[in-house]
Each structure stands twice: as C-alpha cells, then as structure tokens.
Design a protein around this ligand. Sequence first.
Ligand code: ADP
Ligand code: MG
Length: 500
Amino acid sequence: MDSNPGDTKLNPGALDVPPPPVRSAMDRASPPDTAEQLQDQWTRIRSRLQQDVGDVEYRTWLRQMTLGNVDGDEVAVHLPSRFLRDWVRGHYADKLNALWQSENKRIRRVDIRVGGAGASADASLAERDGSALPGDADTPDMPMADQMAPSSDPTRPEMAAPLDTRFEFDSFVVGKPNEFAYACARRVAERPSSPGFNPLFLYGGVGLGKTHLMHAIGIELSRRDAAPIQVAYMSAEKFMYRFIAAIRSQSTMEFKEQLRSVDVLMVDDLQFLIGKDNTQEEFFHTFNALVDAGKQIVVSADKSPSDLSGLEDRLRTRLGCGMVADLHATTFELRISILEAKALRAEAQVPPKVLEFLAHKITSNVRELEGSLNRLIAHANLFGRPITLESTQEVLHDILKAHDRRITIEEIQKRVAEHWNIRLADMSSARRARAVARPRQVAMYLAKQLTSRSLPEIGRKFGNRDHTTVMHAVSRIAELVEQDADFGERVELLRRMLES
Ligand code: ADP
Ligand code: MG
C-alpha cells in the first residue's frame, strides 16, 4: 500500500485533473449506462469543471454546454454558437476528455459541437433536492474499485468513494495558515474518536486542502496494521445520491446499516446539503447514531458551522461540538513551500525565480497554483525545453492575465459605449431608451464580472443609480446572454477585448 511514485508522474493530457479511477473487469462488461446515469455523470462533470476553473470562467464559457448523444465510445457536448464551440474546443477539450473518462470508462472521445436546441434536460440535478431526481439513480455512479487497495478489501465499505493516494499527509505542505487543521487531522488519524476531536470539522475556501486532509486521514487509518478500521469517505453530494437511490430501491434500512457500520465517516463539502432538507435530516440521524456509538465523524465545508446558514440549527450545533479547524488563505511562504514540494515530487527543474513569480501571481488557491506548475512542467517535457521566466509567462499567459487584470469601470463604459456607438455620457444619463439602456446594462454586467466593485459602488459610477438597478441589469444581461447567442457573443467579445 505504499504510495506509488508513478502516481505523481505528470500526464500532460490530464494536467491538474485527477487520474481516472481504476475500473474492475466487471464494469467493462456491464450494460451501457442509462440516460439518467449519463445525465448524472454529466452533472458531476459540470460541477467538477466549475470547481476547477472557477465561477467566472465557468459562467463565461461553459455554462451553456449541454449533453448530446452518446454513440459507442463517443459523447457529444453541445454549445449554442460556433464562437463558444471553438473556444471550448481550444481551451477545455483535454479537461472534458479527462473528466468524462474518470466518470465513464467507456467514453473515449468527446465531440464538442454546435447544437443542443431544447436541451432542457440538462437542468442541474445537483441543484435539486432528492425528491425531484429521476429514477434509476441507484446504480453506482462511480466505479467501486479502490485505487489504493484491492476491491476485496473487507475494511472498505462498499458505498465509499475511493481514496486518492496522492492526498496523503506526507504530500501536504504545512505552514502557518493550515498547521492547526493539519495537526487536528493528524490527531484524528492517530486516535479516532478521542473526546474533543469528534466531530472534526474542517473548513476553508476552495482549493486550500480540505479534501486532501480528509483523504490523508483515510489513507493513514487504512494503513494501520492494528485492528482494521472501516473508513468511509464521500462527498455530501454522493451522500445525497446514495440516499435517494436507497429510497428508490426501498433499501433505506440497508443504507442506514451500511453507514452505521463504519468506524470513521467523512463527508466532504457539507454546504452542498443546504436546502436539501430530507438528506440533511438523514445525515443528522446518521451523525448522531455514529457519534453515540463512539465512531469518528470528519466533515468539511466552505464555512464554519455557525456561518452555514441554511443548515438546520440542531445540525449546526452538533457540528460545532467537537473540533472546528479552519484552513486560512495561503501566505507567500506557504505557496513557495508548496511549489517547491510539488516540483521536487515531479522531479522537475524549476528555477527559484519562477517559483517566486508564481507564488506572487497566483494567490487565490492551491489548486490553481498546482495546476499552473503542472502545466509548466508538462509543457517543458513536451517540448524538451527548460523552464524559464519567459517560458512561464508565455505558457501561463491566460492564467496570469486573469490574475493581473485591474479593469476599471471607466474603461468598461468607454468600450461598451464605443461598441454600440452611443455617447459615453449616456452611461450615467437618465435616458431610458432601449438603445442606450441596454448597453448601459451590459456595462454594469461587465463591471460586476470584471471588477471587484460592489453593487452600490457600480451604481454610483452609473449616474448614482441604486444597487437594485445594477442587480437587475446583471441578471437581465445574464439571461439575455443565455437566450440570444448572437448577443452573448457580442458580450463575450467585449469581455475579451477588455481582458486583453
Ligand atoms: P479543497 O478541498 O479545500 O477545495 P483540495 O484539498 O482539493 O482543496 O486541494 C486542492 C489541491 O491543492 C489538491 O491537489 C491538493 O493536493 C493541493 N493542496 C492544497 N493544500 C495543499 C498543501 N498544503 N500542500 C500540498 N498540496 C496542497
Ligand atoms: Mg474539496
């Protein structure tokens, strides 16, 4: 069960996407996926993409994708215009491919094309509560084979997701912002269910290491040669799918029993349960049953228990009863250490100057930092060239630009006014004719997306308008962009001009 050095080898095709889980021979022989299963896979792919690329990028380029037909080993993904299709092909094809393969081993090719009229079935299932889900969700949506242990491992409950062996304690770089969370996770892995550490609640922003630490706990526990410990790790989303599947197949008792038979239950991204009342209720009961039986619970979320409004009070109270540890935003020093560790693991020669440059530029989250470094290394390997500051700037051109941009509202107003041939003064005037009102709304929309200004601040710059006017403009334009591909392209064009 030692970590396999091959795990950390870079696969240029996959970049920062985790490698597809291993499937057993049985999976290959199983019948083709039903429409519902494919739709579920698609929903998960979309939400992973959104996590990977961030909200803004996702909303700009990917939100309008819909699922087309599956033909043999090829799946079609539709976009409403050629412009978007080309963009997605040029920028996300590898990612889509890798994500599809990790969800569905049968898929070998993703065909990105124009089309998808009436693709309303694409509504995000994940956004609805269980009761609204279509049937048939009870077939496994993820391969059960474990990457870490043979699938016959009796200590792995059937319903748990595989643990990713890259996410062990040894590969987690510790610094001021995460040392407390790390220490708590270590402690739980050493002595699960100790008083004061149950539940362990890890929280923090996207890409700061919550999932990594949870996997690390699971890996550590399953490596112990003392009495085998049953560890189940799953995302809150998966918990919900499993629960719904159990209801559909009238096997809720089995579901409950399975869950309650584990020694350690880890549920990731609990914020997903907000608004899903039935699933929350079920989780609450599972939680209580396990804690009362002296079992360990580890939970992660993007906010602290007290800030997770939308979760039931009694659940929030219980979540906060054990140890609550937050992962703070990274510091420059931590980012440098992480980059050094990752470069070393990948056996890549990256000059310190380049590492410093990256740590300065990419501050938002570790996933992005890691993704950038991976891209650099993959590029260098592909072309057999050393990594330099120049090549870094070239290869990471798009990422760096996104982190660099300091677009002003004035610039946006000017560009938009030029584009529609109206007077700049009309951006702040009281005129309400559509010919000026619509461009003004577009400018507000872009201001919201491209600057960090608040709605009231934006309102003030547009002739002292109220923040509700800005809010209305933003949602109206978002709607139009969705409905009218031509209009959408114009707005994209403007955005790209502003960003370049
Ligand atoms: P979260 O679950 O908080 O969104 P993840 O645990 O998925 O974040 O982390 C995102 C990526 O960044 C993963 O590849 C993870 O290995 C890496 N990562 C985050 N923090 C660290 C760290 N301190 N040391 C090493 N890698 C880290
Ligand atoms: Mg996570």
